[in-house]
Design a binder for this molecule. Sequence first.
Ligand code: ZN
Ligand code: ZN
Length: 334
Amino acid sequence: MRFTTPPRPFDVAGVFPQLAPLARTATRLHPRPGSPTVHDSSVGGPLLWPADEPWPHCDEPHVRLMPDSPVFSPEDERQWRRALATGEAGTRNGPGRPWPEGPIAMLPVAQLYARDLPLPGPSSADLLQVLWCPFDHGSQPKTALRWRFSAEISHVLQSPPEPSAIQHSFYLPEPCLLAPEQVVEYPHPLELSDQLQQQLADPGPWEAAGVVVHEHSDDDDEDESASYDFYRHTLSISPGWKVGGWTRWGLTDPQPRFCPVCATEAIPLLTIASTEWNAGSESWMPQEERSTPTPLLPRSNPAGFTQVTLAHGYDLQLHICPLSPDHPQIELIQ
Ligand SMILES: [Zn+2]
Ligand SMILES: [Zn+2]
């Protein structure tokens, strides 16, 4: 499995040299449904978990806001998805499962081996594992990270515990294999200086460089100039699941993200996305899938291969302290 982002239409740092030192490498993960093992980098796959280490549980309160909407177990959900895939499913009804009491076993969200992609941050570990509690904590699940040295794990936990129910089906990631690909990103325009933002919005420099600005017919902000919008959608930040790169903004303007322990500015680690691309970011759709699209389950988000939806279609971006792997991550919905 290999996915290739089409080259950007032109080198934006060639026209705006102030951008050149801001270039960052991001690794697009390109998760697609598959059968990962504990030895694979994956989304929603089994984790290389030491047999003698307790599985993480969430013991925070889990409040049932809609008592009439049933909740289901992860296995109920898997059966439902298999039925959807074969066209068998009608509507899902029935009482569902009891609302769970007590601590909730967390679910695997992602497992990333450093042999497959560079892992940001201060840890020298070669394996990052991300789990979450599949219940709303505010508007998002609550995450847990583990940094590991994979060679130290000789006995792997065979049957990790699962929650007896999950709050939303879209908090159960579909098992996916990854096809990591590195791309270059530039900051969201609102993270640039006022002067550079004005230059990006001015058609003059673009015309002088002979650049054809592609307008987005679906533009969600009519106040933006076409060139500013083109930069934001096409030239700055890649969509979908990714590691590293620049922070995506969309729900709010950029905010400071400081480590809660040492107040150092946190860096982007993993972006957990509701969609791999949408109408505004179609230019990032892999070349291979333009001719041969990967099948999607019925009722999925556009390019929603992982079946994950966060905060009605936004992304959960984990940021970490660049100084210590022991300092807690920051969860940012954008
Ligand atoms: Zn929880
Ligand atoms: Zn820190």
